[in-house]
Design a protein around this ligand. Structure first.
Ligand code: F6P
Length: 328
């Protein structure tokens, strides 16, 4: 066990995700278990630069495992992207005698941590936490599973009204530049078509598919659209286009938006966050730095932060095939 690490700082950064609190709790309690001091850093890299640190003991994280959002707050910092900002951050950490950081977030957060390590040789470990699931080196990011359940729940409700009125609904879901949420929730909710950035369906094929589904006797339809889809039209333009080309459909749009980021984390996300927090602290105590903890083949494994940032998380193409068969 590394004797150099006596105090660990934990922070959340970037878009929040359900399970962030469970990850904070796990880091704090693992520190307590190993008799290491822990400080919570508020508002991510902004909070480091402002020295907004508060000591956290095992009891300080009681009652948060089931809470959405992040008790440490989150922010995206412009100043930390400058060498001057990072120097201020380093001075604050040194003054507070913080020896290492656990950063909870997505690739922007990891990038910040990596640059910081390079400049100051400061130990950093990352925990992947974003609803988008767009991180290489883990099959699941914390928050993804909860977001999927939220989306499926919403689509089930939309289907009720869609089938009552014989309507076609375009449901836009989050995911920034990737289609993990759209693809998985689309299959789970039985969507007729799923539009994702990784697979350009094209407008003609979309119309063809909708005609086919009408002909097969379906009176209503759900099309899930990833926000980053590249079909060339936003979801409202898509509605206009389909209405102009298919008068048999009455079309509506539902943009699910930030509700996908909220809510109580699923059991899967809570367990994942607990496992990742333990591994993050233990990795620092083994004297390692610049790794991300991730779920690979059911085990918590390490991936270098550089790989996690550079590598591309790939969608499960088999799911596309499954979706096609399911909509027969
Ligand atoms: O990265 C998480 C995410 O929710 C994306 O799915 C979405 O594109 C983005 O954040 C929204 O960011 P903001 O909360 O800044 O609008």
């Amino acid at each position: 066990m590394s004797k150099n690490i006596k105090k660990i700082g934990v922070m959340t950064s970037g878009g929040d995700a359900p399970g962030m609190n469970a990850a904070i709790r796990s880091v704090v309690r693992t520190c307590a278990y190993y008799n290491i001091e822990c400080v919570g850093i508020y508002r991510g890299f902004e909070g480091i630069m402002e020295g907004d640190f508060r000591p956290m003991d095992a009891r300080s994280v009681k009652g948060i495992v089931n809470k959405g959002g992040t008790v440490l707050k989150s922010a995206r910092s412009k100043e930390f992207r400058t060498p001057e900002g990072r120097k201020i951050a380093h001075d604050q950490l040194k003054n507070a005698q913080v020896d290492a950081l656990v950063v909870i977030g997505g690739d922007g957060t990891f990038n910040g941590g990596l640059v910081f390590n390079k400049e100051f040789d400061f130990p950093v470990i990352g925990i992947p936490c974003t609803i988008d699931n767009d991180i290489f080196g883990t099959t699941h990011t914390i928050g993804f599973d909860t977001a999927l359940n939220t989306v499926v729940d919403c689509i089930d409700k939309i289907r009720d009204t869609a089938s009552s009125h014989n309507r076609l609904f375009f449901v836009e879901v989050m995911g920034r530049d990737v289609g993990h949420i759209a693809l998985n929730a689309g299959v789970g909710a039985g969507a007729e078509e799923i539009l994702i950035p990784e697979e350009n369906l094209g407008l003609d094929r979309l119309l063809e598919s909708l005609h086919r589904s009408k002909r097969s006797g379906k009176s209503s339809s759900i099309v899930v659209v990833a926000e980053g889809d590249k079909i060339g039209k936003n979801v409202f333009e898509l509605k206009d286009y389909v209405e102009a080309n298919m008068d048999e459909y009455d079309v509506r749009v539902s943009v699910l938006g930030h509700m996908q980021r909220g809510g109580s984390p699923s059991c899967f996300d809570r367990v994942l966050a607990s496992r990742m927090g333990v591994k993050a602290v233990e990795t620092l105590l083994e004297g390692k730095t610049n790794y991300m903890v991730g779920l690979l083949n059911e085990k918590i494994e390490l991936t270098h932060l550089r790989e996690a940032i550079k590598g591309q998380s790939k969608i499960d193409r088999e799911l596309l095939r499954v979706s096609e068969i399911m909509t027969t």
